[in-house]
Design a protein around this ligand. Structure first.
Ligand code: GLN
Ligand code: ZN
Length: 782
């Protein structure tokens, strides 16, 4: 084993937000995409942002020259950065390489965003977070070669400013484990072959070795290789296979002659036992483990020459947390016999906003309980000081953190007696809607819908006018009554349009909503919203999750006035539109002081009241969206059944008060049903709409074979692209659905909401959708 040339610092973070405090990177990148600034100007703003970030982290107390500042910048996505560095660019983008084969910025962005007929890389959720990475495409034919020196250039850039940074690169095992096989890896008839990108590990490692040599030459003393795949039990490759791959990878990389000292970081959950042994045995210098999810690992061989970085500061939530507890955990880690102990975050801080100090409108008491990225850096620095100078040196800071925690526990609103009382009186029948067939009969009598009914998922295009009106209302320039009139006009327009197109179940279009979760957060007690709390979602996109800090209740009806106004304009059924409890939790920062299931039930009860009010106002179809049901699925198999139990339970609690004659819909944004098909059936919705168009209806077969018997709308129109699907194409998907599913249960709808689309393509596509449904109806034998 190589001895580290430089000791690991006593404290570090595994990564910092890269979008900029005021989303500077988004602005620069989008300006470049639109042609407003050239590549050189973009590179310059990115360099300025990186410089400001390093200076800022140093000012917060991370050392300039001891590798404790990570270099974790990315123009778009860290997985894509690594894939591009090793040359894993799909064949369809090969023409965009430079003459010498290098992959420059334009090729990088084009692969991320697509061009004409060339589809972009797929995007999917990064572990169980809301961050989306670009899925590398790797097959037997992929040629690995160092194709970008961007990582090394950033190290050199920092060096020139007097910083010895620690570059952060997605590690080889995780890169391959997250990749999908290229088309070339499929047989000619298009069936999936069992090609596993991990089979290419030995071909990839020499390129990583070369990458590491380049980083060393640029002045890096340490490199951080992120290997979160080693914690997951939800990837195609089993934990044992991943651990074996890690053993192989780090035996090879550790033996490389010219390299920085290696820190392997495995956040997001507890390392599998096999991976822990593999890393212990590997000739690397440090391992970072997530100690916020799962306990301190057991003693394992090989630690005596390594530094263990204890991730006790949670990189994913926004709570100030328990520093005393973190200190205790570090002491337990110290007992494992490693050469040295350091404190770290559990994951990169890319999942939290920059700075609580930017939230001037937050209640100061609530703000005192929070820690965004900068406050988390402060916590790391505090604990690191304790490791260097002993606990007494930080006793004051630990005490302050504990006092804040105690204050939070006892603050008004955190516990609301009425909410708790109601939750404590719940009985099993509150979760039961009653016999499905009886519901179908009641709904048929009530709604009088044709066969293959058509509908949309809820939102209509959010035009510039709508966004401008909302913003000017938000700034106080557009008065409430005028804004309301604007929205009513918008709703009326959307209703007339749907009648004209000939849809069967209409929607009001959701023009009043900025975001399907934030809108509800703004109208429920127990939530706070931020001004600048942006978190990268993917590429240049960021969201501003709400903070669910207290017991949740509904002070007044939220959607009822809009839905009833919309219903008053038409004889067709108007669908009420709500966001479900699981999705509200998944896309917010949620309190960590009670089980998620308890919080979910509070949200569910608020929604249950909303549903009762919608019914009371004459709404007969109500959709409760749960696009996040699957993404919150825990990485560890043992945690999945309890998760599905509370998540499904909360949906049922929200909807089970509805009358048999009220048709409850739900919408899910994906088509991977593997682990969750039983849970989806258990939601017991009358109609479920799902994503299906991108896979050309492949999922229909899975649904049919699962025995799913309720109403189902496999999306026949891919709303993620501006393409207009032809009538033939939609008909083909419908034919498939009708052939494989019970005819009377099939619905016709797009894949998802239309809010990101423009009107021209939306109207044309919906007309084709209705035409295809009419053709399919006519083809049904009488
Ligand atoms: N009702 C929402 C919409 O139509 C659903 C969005 C989603 O599933 N992400 O926009
Ligand atoms: Zn959707």
């Amino acid at each position: 084993m190589t001895d580290p040339r430089h000791p690991f610092p006593k404290g570090t973070i595994l990564g910092y937000p890269r979008i900029g405090r005021r989303r500077e990177l988004k602005r620069a990148v989008e300006a470049h995409w639109s042609g407003a600034i050239d590549a050189a100007a973009l590179e310059q703003s990115a360099a300025e942002l990186r410089r400001a970030t390093r200076e800022h982290l140093a000012a917060l107390g991370l050392g300039r020259d001891d590798s404790s500042i990570p270099e974790s910048f990315s123009f778009y996505d860290q997985v894509h950065d690594a894939a591009v560095a090793v040359g894993a660019l799909p064949e369809r983008f090969a023409g965009l390489r430079d003459a010498d084969g290098r992959i420059g910025l334009e090729a990088y962005f084009t692969a991320a965003r697509g061009a004409g007929e060339d589809a972009p890389l797929e995007m999917t959720k990064w572990f169980d977070t809301n961050y989306h990475y670009l899925v590398p495409e790797i097959g037997p034919e992929t040629v690995f070669a160092l194709s970008s020196d961007r990582f090394a250039r950033q190290v050199a850039e920092a060096k020139a400013d007097g910083f010895t940074v620690r570059p952060v690169v997605v590690g080889p095992v995780t890169l391959l484990a997250l990749a999908k096989a290229t088309d070339a890896a499929h047989s000619a008839d298009g069936r999936e072959e069992a090609f596993d990108p991990l089979e290419r590990l030995d071909d990839l490692l020499p390129v990583y070795a070369e990458l590491l040599a380049g980083l060393r030459a640029a002045g890096a003393e340490w490199v951080q290789l992120d290997e979160p795949a080693l914690v997951s039990e939800s990837l195609p490759a089993a934990p044992k296979r991943l651990a074996d791959a890690a053993a192989r990878a780090y035996a090879v990389l550790g033996a490389a002659a010219e390299r920085p000292a290696i820190l392997v970081a495995a956040g997001y959950a507890q390392l599998s036992e096999q991976a822990w042994s593999a890393l212990g045995a590997a000739p690397i210098e440090a391992i970072a483990v997530d100690l916020t999810r799962g306990g301190v690992p057991g003693v394992v061989d090989g630690l005596s020459g390594k530094t263990l970085v204890g991730g006790v500061v949670d990189g994913r939530n926004i709570w100030r947390g328990d520093l005393e507890g973190g200190w205790e955990t570090l002491s337990q880690l110290a007992a494992l016999g490693a050469a040295d102990i350091a404190v770290g975050t559990s994951t990169s801080l890319q999942h939290v906003p920059h700075d609580v100090a930017d939230e001037t409108a937050l209640d100061p008491r609530l703000a005192s309980w929070l820690a965004f990225a900068d406050q988390k850096v402060g916590q790391v620095v505090t604990l690191a000081t304790g490791l260097v100078r002993g606990r007494p040196a930080i006793a004051g800071a630990l005490g302050e953190a504990s006092a804040a925690l105690a204050d939070r526990r006892s603050a008004p609103g955190v516990r609301d007696g009425a909410v708790r009382g109601r939750a404590s009186r719940l009985e099993s029948r509150d979760f039961e809607r009653g016999d499905y067939d009886a519901r179908v009969a009641a709904q048929e009598a009530e709604l009088d819908l044709p066969l293959l009914p058509t509908t949309t998922i809820g939102s209509f295009p959010q035009t510039g006018d709508i966004r401008r009106a909302r913003a000017s209302h938000g700034r106080g320039e557009l008065a409430g009554t005028e804004y309301e009139r604007f929205l009513r006009d918008e709703i009326a327009r959307v209703v007339t349009l749907q009648e004209d197109i000939g849809l069967d179940v209409l929607v009001h279009g959701e023009a009043e909503r900025n975001d399907m979760v934030q809108y509800f957060a703004e109208h429920l007690d127990g939530f706070a919203v931020t001004e600048n709390g942006w978190v990268q979602s993917y590429g240049s996109r960021a969201t501003r999750p709400s903070i669910l800090w207290g017991d949740v209740s509904r002070p007044a009806p939220i959607t009822v006035a809009w839905s009833t106004f919309a219903q008053s304009l038409t004889d067709k059924p108007m669908k009420g539109m709500l966001t479900g409890p699981v999705t509200i939790l998944a896309w917010s920062f949620v309190r960590d002081d009670q089980p998620l299931g308890e919080t979910a039930n509070q949200v569910a009860l608020a929604l249950r009241d909303e549903i009762a009010d919608l019914e009371g106002a004459g709404i007969r179809v109500i959709q409760v969206d749960e696009p996040a049901l699957r993404e919150l699925l825990p990485l560890k198999r043992a945690d999945q059944p309890p998760y599905l139990e509370w998540s499904v339970g909360s949906f049922r609690l929200a909807t089970a008060g509805a009358a048999a004659s009220t048709q409850v819909h739900t919408h899910l944004c994906y088509s991977e049903f593997d682990a969750v098909i039983d849970a989806i059936a258990a939601l017991d919705a009358d109609v479920t709409s799902i994503e299906a168009a991108r896979s050309r209806g492949e999922v229909i077969g899975d649904i049919a074979s699962s025995g799913f018997a309720a109403g189902i709308g496999p999306g026949v129109y891919d709303i993620h692209s501006p393409r207009i699907p032809s009538v033939d194409e939609i008909t083909e998907l419908l034919d498939r659905a009708v052939a494989e599913l019970p005819l009377r249960r099939v619905w016709v709808n797009p894949d998802c909401g239309l809010k990101t689309r423009g009107y021209d393509e939306t109207v044309a596509s919906l007309r084709n959708l209705v035409a295809a449904a009419q053709t399919a109806r006519a083809a049904v034998p009488a």
